[in-house]
Design a protein around this ligand. Structure first.
Ligand SMILES: Cc1ncc(COP(=O)(O)O)c(C=O)c1O
Length: 397
């Protein structure tokens, strides 16, 4: 069958300001690194890149964990890798569920044959710790898991306290850090988190395709003592270790070479900025956005004190058409934001301020654009959003 190649035009998506739940905007240096020549997956040059990725990821996760690598696949592959390596059929698992991604953890844990207890929490709120403590005490689980930054609701979970609850009964604690790593203080060793995973496309500001993961020694010991092999060969940490370890270095799968170039560059940018200034930047832009949104007369879903600086959830005001507003922001201003998921569909907008996207310029553009679009829709918005945001930046300078 013939094909006319001229029908397929050059890829040209245009400029976008990515203020949705991810991916975030990617720094040009990261795209440039990605286009460096591809070498073999066991080429000494690529192996040195893998070594540097490990060092840089340990810096970002603030951990000494030897087994800190990038899994080939998106955040869900990280989630699956962490759960599949720990859970064996019949193992008791407790999962804190108050959003789409924690529900996905339950789905995977069930597929693995785990005996899953889901502790249900309110969407848009932090988990009730006493509820979790009660569930854990009754079960004596092997693993307790929670999502640090629930991208579907914008709520931050108290992972330090949850880790403590898990450890009180001898369980391992797993945290999903897909929307926190690179934008919030994620310090695995200090926070008592045994296992964590993330994704590259959120606060690390790299294209999607890799999942940073970290396992501490205690969790690696649990993996070594498994009765049965990990069901997934591709995500088996024991096998992956042979590919990522300095001594040995055996083929496991063909590493996504250029994706790891990109990740290395994105992590190098983070190291240049420094962790503290980076977290402070995310917090400041979040505060300015909230001040602007509230000055307009709109309200946030998550109460103050439980909000993520990286993902802001705004209640859709009466009279506004969710899809129409998002389309106008994209078509007229090139700004992408997200709609609600699951039970929050049609009720909230999700505005990401992650990594390279988190800037004063983008906060100001978004507030101006949202005000314009809502006014055109006939929604009653108060003036003063830009001034309110400006005030926050003024206080900080
Ligand atoms: C908190 C959280 N966990 C897991 C995932 C799954 O990641 P991915 O879509 O990269 O597979 C996402 C994606 O948005 C997420 O926000």
């Amino acid at each position: 069958m013939g094909i006319n190649a001229n029908e397929f035009k050059d890829i040209d998506p245009g400029e976008r300001i990515l203020m949705g739940p991810g991916p975030s905007n990617v720094h040009p240096r990261v795209m440039q690194a990605m286009s460096a020549p591809c070498v073999g997956h066991l080429d000494p040059y690529y192996l040195s890149v893998m070594d540097e990725v490990k060092v840089l990821l340990r810096f970002l996760f603030q951990t000494r964990n030897e087994m800190t690598i990038s899994v080939s696949g998106t955040g869900t592959a990280g989630m699956e890798a962490c759960l599949a390596n720990i859970i064996e059929p019949g193992d008791e698992v407790v999962i804190c569920v108050n959003g789409v991604f924690s529900a996905r953890m339950c789905d995977i844990a069930n597929r693995l044959g785990g005996k899953v207890t889901s502790v249900e929490g309110e969407w848009g709120r932090a988990m009730d710790q006493e509820k979790v403590r009660k569930a854990v005490k009754g079960k004596g689980p092997k693993l307790v898991a929670a999502v640090h930054a629930e991208t579907s609701t914008g709520a931050c979970q108290p992972v330090v306290d949850l880790a403590e609850i898990a450890h009180e009964c001898g369980a391992l604690f797993l945290a999903d850090m897909v929307t926190s790593l690179g934008g919030m203080d994620v310090a695995l060793d200090r926070m008592g988190i045994d296992i964590a995973y993330s994704g590259t496309q959120k606060c690390i500001s790299c294209p999607p395709g890799l999942a940073p993961v970290s396992f501490n020694e205690r969790s690696m010991e649990v993996i070594r003592k498994r009765k049965k092999p990990v069901v997934s060969l591709y995500l088996d940490m024991g096998l992956l270790k042979t590919y990522w370890d300095n001594d040995g270095r055996a083929y496991h799968h063909t590493g996504p070479i250029n994706m790891n170039y990109a990740l290395r560059e994105a992590l190098r940018l983070i190291a240049e900025e420094g962790l503290e200034p980076r977290f402070a930047r995310h917090l400041l832009n979040h505060r300015a956005l909230v001040a602007g949104v509230e000055a307009m007369g709109l309200s946030m879903l998550v109460p103050e004190g439980e909000r993520l600086p990286t993902l802001n959830t705004i209640r859709i005001p009466d009279g506004a058409d969710d899809a129409k507003v998002r389309r106008a922001l994209l078509e007229d201003f090139g700004i992408e934001i997200g709609g609600g998921l699951g039970e929050l569909a049609g009720k909230i907008w999700r505005v990401g301020l992650m990594g390279h996207t988190s800037s004063r310029r983008n906060v100001t553009l978004f507030l101006g654009a949202l005000e314009t679009v809502l006014k055109a829709e006939g929604v009653n918005v108060r003036p003063g959003a830009l001034e309110a945001a400006s005030e926050i930046y003024g206080e900080a300078s």
